[in-house]
Write a protein that binds this ligand. Structure first.
Ligand SMILES: [Zn+2]
Length: 259
């Protein structure tokens, strides 16, 4: 066997699981030092996840029916929970892919909250109708036509597509640093943590408001969830995916580095 000293099989997996565990501990220690908003935002994400968990599982009372909005809420809860885990493992690109999926569901729910007719049409649509009429771009167009532009717009969506979701000539794994240096293995990068927390916070705040208007819960529970989720929006920071290039070019200019 070549490279006998390199672990393979289960031994390799155990090595990288150890790395994941160490990175998770380092990230938890680092987040408290990343300014005032980042730790507060992480706490707000936790509170919102707690509400999504309750809403997805008929915690207050089961009203029967098709549970469609509850199932979508469960999917958002699960995606958000997994993306927090990925952020703590340093898997920022992968977390963003999941955050984009939350964003797609958020825009869909925004449409359903605006137009019950679209919710009814979506439920009975064939596969091809669903792809044509309710794909991410079609949903944004429909919301625009209804006079309520998607809260997660084309720029938000395409920034994540280009960075994390679709293979591009510019794809660089684990490159959340001013010099754009790629690495095979995830590692702790402040910009990665901040971008992911901010984008996740934004996507969740865009989901929970319309979802609460559609879910069959009491006025008091709806109000409590809305009020307790407010810190999500209040603690969003300025390091977002669409601003990274500008932030890094300024930093490089200060360092007199041309790239
Ligand atoms: Zn139920």
């Amino acid at each position: 066997m070549i490279d006998e000293h390199i672990p393979i099989g289960k031994e390799f997996l155990e090595k990288i699981w150890d790395q994941d565990d160490r990175l998770e501990e380092q990230t938890d220690l680092r987040i408290v030092d990343l300014g005032r908003k980042a730790p507060a935002l992480l706490g707000a994400i936790g509170t919102t996840l707690s509400h999504l968990d309750r809403l997805a599982s008929c915690f207050y009372r089961c009203h029967g029916g098709d549970h469609l909005i509850e199932y979508l809420t469960g999917r958002v809860y699960s995606l958000a929970r997994a993306s927090v885990r990925l952020i703590r493992f340093g898997n920022y690109d992968e977390a963003l892919s999941l955050i984009q999926m939350i964003g797609e569901i958020a825009n869909l729910i925004q449409l359903f909250a605006k137009s019950e007719e679209d919710l009814v049409a979506w439920k009975s649509a064939s596969k091809s109708e669903r792809m044509n009429k309710f794909g991410p771009a079609a949903i944004r167009r429909r919301l625009e036509d209804l006079g309520e532009p998607a809260r997660l717009d084309r720029d938000w969506y395409s920034a994540i597509c280009e960075w994390a979701t679709h293979p591009m000539p510019s794809t660089r794994p684990n490159a959340f640093n001013v010099m754009g240096l790629a690495a095979a293995a995830p590692h702790l990068q402040d910009e990665g943590v901040l971008v992911c927390l901010n984008e996740l916070g934004k996507a969740l705040s865009c989901y929970i408001v319309p979802a609460l208007s559609l879910l069959p819960i009491s006025k008091e529970n709806r109000r409590a969830a809305l009020i307790e989720s407010r810190p999500l929006g209040e603690n969003l920071g300025g390091i977002t995916l669409d601003r990274l290039d500008a932030i890094w070019s300024q930093q490089r200019a200060r360092m007199h580095v041309y790239h």
